[in-house]
Design a protein around this ligand. Structure first.
Ligand code: PGA
Length: 256
C-alpha cells in the first residue's frame, strides 16, 4: 500500500478548554512553532465561542481552524445547536463529528452522526469523523466488527465524491484521555480494518486516498512510532494539543 498518496493531518481537539483570549494566544503560538513544518496539515478544533479569535489568530499561517460539532438542520428551533453555514461564515474549515464524548455523554448515535456528516459535507465543510470501540468490545474480540459497522453506518449515503472531504479518526474509547495508548500495531491494524471497509464501500483507490488518523493519548513521546505505521495518516490529539510546544513536537514527528 502506498501511503504517499495521503497527506498526513495532525488535528488538535481542544474539547471544553480555553477562553477566547487563551485561544488567541494558543493559536498564535502553535502557528509560530509549526509554520515552517509544511509536510502535514495542521488543524485546531476549538470551542464554538473561540472560533472568531482562533480564525483571526490563524490568518496567514498554516493552521486551519475546526469546530467540534455541527447540527444537521440548516436552521430552526434547535436550542444550543450550531449549523454548518454558521461555521462556514465564521471561517471554519473542518468539523469533528461523532466524537466518543458526544456519543457517550450527549446521546449521539450512528444515525445522528451520519446526518451531521451529510449536512456538513453538503455545506462544504471538511469532516473529521470519529469512531472506535469501547474497552469491553476490544476485550470481547469484536473490535473489527464494531469499527466496520460504525464506518458503514456513519457513511451511509455519502458519495465517493464527498469522501474527498472526509477524514476518519480511529479513536479507541479506552485510550481517550486515559494515558493508555493503542500500541502502534493495534492502531495500524484497526485503521487497516477501516480502510478495508472503505475499499468494500467505495473501491480500493478511494480507500488508499482516505486519511485515517489515530486518536487516544497521542503525545510528543509516542507520535513518531504511531505515525510511522502504514495505515496511520495522522492524529487527533486532545490533551497534548492544549500545550503548543507539545503539539508542535507531534507536528514535527509527522514531517517524515
Ligand atoms: P486525548 O484525546 O489525546 O486527550 O486522549 C483524544 C481525543 O479525544 O480526540
Amino acid at each position: 500500500m502506498d501511503k504517499s498518496k495521503r497527506k498526513v493531518v495532525i488535528a488538535g481537539n481542544w474539547k471544553m478548554n480555553m477562553t477566547p483570549s487563551e485561544a488567541k494566544a494558543a493559536v498564535a503560538e502553535t502557528a509560530a512553532l509549526t509554520d515552517s513544518m509544511t509536510g502535514c496539515d495542521v488543524v485546531l478544533c476549538v470551542p464554538f465561542v473561540d472560533i472568531a479569535a482562533a480564525v483571526e489568530a490563524a490568518k496567514g499561517t498554516n493552521v486551519k481552524i475546526g469546530a467540534q460539532n455541527v447540527h444537521f438542520e440548516a436552521k430552526g428551533a434547535f436550542t444550543g445547536e450550531i449549523s454548518a453555514s454558521m461555521l462556514l461564515e465564521c471561517g471554519v474549515e473542518y468539523v469533528i463529528i461523532g466524537h466518543s464524548e458526544r456519543r457517550q455523554y450527549f446521546g449521539e448515535t450512528d444515525e445522528t452522526v451520519n446526518l451531521r456528516t451529510k449536512a456538513a459535507l453538503a455545506a462544504g465543510l471538511k469532516v473529521i469523523l470519529c469512531l472506535g470501540e469501547i474497552k469491553e468490545e476490544r476485550l470481547a474480540g469484536i473490535t473489527d466488527e464494531v469499527v466496520a459497522m460504525q464506518t458503514k453506518l456513519d457513511l451511509a449515503g455519502i458519495s465517493a465524491d464527498d469522501m474527498k472531504n472526509v477524514i476518519i479518526a480511529y479513536e479507541p474509547v479506552w485510550a481517550i484521555g486515559t494515558g493508555l495508548t493503542a500500541t502502534p500495531d493495534q492502531a495500524d491494524e484497526t485503521c487497516g480494518v477501516i480502510r478495508a471497509t472503505l475499499a468494500k464501500l467505495y473501491g480500493a483507490d478511494l480507500a488508499d486516498a482516505t486519511v485515517i488518523q489515530y486518536g487516544g493519548s497521542m503525545n510528543d513521546g509516542n507520535a513518531a512510532e504511531l505515525l510511522s505505521k502504514v495505515n496511520v495518516d495522522g492524529g487527533l490529539i486532545g490533551g497534548a494539543s492544549l500545550v503548543p510546544a507539545k503539539f508542535a513536537k507531534i507536528v514535527e514527528a509527522a514531517q517524515a
